[in-house]
Design a protein around this ligand. Structure first.
Ligand code: XMP
Length: 317
């Protein structure tokens, strides 16, 4: 009979035995899986675990500060690395989705490797891999994904030569959440929607600039806050906004405007493999649209994505 408490006790004592006095490094994404995995390892070995949380400049508004703060409150030995400029430089001039993904993955690996090198004698790499990732062999979410998709590139960075420890690799998402709650990880992390590793870069169609990121962060923030304030957030599996590479004509007072269009996306899903668009209330959508257009400079039109997966995907890139 599985209970999260039994799982936690067994896992922590296994980890203690396996890792002993060795040091572990692990990348955190702000998501559920890496946070729960890190907390279990922390229970077992404390500050011999060093967590690395990277600001790639593609996170949600205030997310870096808020999540880093949560991690510190949870007692994790976490290093925050502000690498925004490094990622923006790597993305400069790129508009092809796969090229953007590759540039982000490569930069993440470089940043992470730099940090791992600062930990003397580190022997293990912690990962938040969960059971479905093991079956699929390529995980779609979190830093682990970025690492895996680059496995075959050759010339492995040093941290990838470390032994791997994956305390969640027998669990499904629901089990991970249950364990996370039993570990008293804050609800803002446990209940968090999935968020892609490349972040807002794959929700800004075309090339990435810090200005576009700032615009999309504002739009996304209004949408996500609206979902939370209206009790809709937990009914949605994933939501976000997309900055489209087109402008449309509008009118503001007596003035003609020619500004950007954003698309809102909200889906229900079990595992991200298939998804349905959420029938959000018209009134909610109307209010959110008004708020976005009134508050976010440079946006004069909002559309709602009513495509399901398949044949559409959840992300637009
Ligand atoms: P799609 O767009 O393929 O998304 O329907 C399915 C799930 O995967 C996430 N996703 C990604 N996650 N790196 C990630 O870590 C990526 O490159 C990536 N692309 C999509 C997406 O947010 C959704 O949860």
């Amino acid at each position: 009979d599985w209970t999260s408490d039994i799982f936690i006790d067994a896992t922590v004592s296994d980890l203690k035995e396996k890792i002993g006095d060795d040091k572990v490094v692990m990348g955190l994404s702000g998501g559920v899986d890496s946070s729960v995995a890190a907390t279990l390892i922390d229970r077992a070995i404390g500050d011999n675990l060093t967590c690395v949380f990277v600001d790639n400049g593609l996170l949600r508004k205030n997310e870096y500060e808020e999540v880093l703060d949560s991690y510190k409150h949870m007692g994790l030995n976490v290093i925050g690395v502000d690498s925004k400029q490094r990622f923006y430089d790597a993305l400069l001039g790129l508009s092809d989705p796969e090229e953007k993904r590759k540039a982000i993955g490569k930069t993440f690996i470089e940043v992470f490797d730099d940090e791992a090198h600062k930990i003397e004698g580190v022997k293990w790499l912690g990962q938040g891999t969960i059971y479905p990732d093991v079956i699929e062999s390529v995980s779609v979410n979190g830093p682990s994904a970025t690492i895996k998709s680059h496995h075959n590139v050759g010339g492995l960075p040093d941290f990838m030569k470390l032994k791997v420890v994956e305390p969640l690799n027998t669990l499904f998402k629901d089990g991970v959440r249950e364990v996370g709650r039993a570990l008293e990880i804050p609800e803002n992390i446990i209940g968090r929607h999935p968020f892609p590793g490349p972040g807002l870069a794959i929700r800004i169609l075309g090339d990435i600039t810090p200005e576009k990121v700032a615009t999309l962060q504002e739009v996304d923030h209004i949408f996500i806050k609206g979902l939370k304030d209206n009790g809709l957030y937990d009914d949605v599996w994933q939501a976000g906004a997309v900055l489209l590479p087109i402008q449309s004509v509008g009118v503001m007072g007596d003035e003609r405007t020619y500004e950007r269009v954003v698309a809102l996306r909200a889906v229900t899903s079990v595992d991200g493999m298939t998804a349905d668009w959420v029938h959000l209330p018209y009134e909610f959508l109307g209010n959110i649209s008004n708020e976005i257009i009134n508050k976010v400079k440079g946006v004069n039109r909002v559309v709602y994505d009513i495509s399901s997966k398949p044949p559409a995907t959840i992300e637009w890139e």
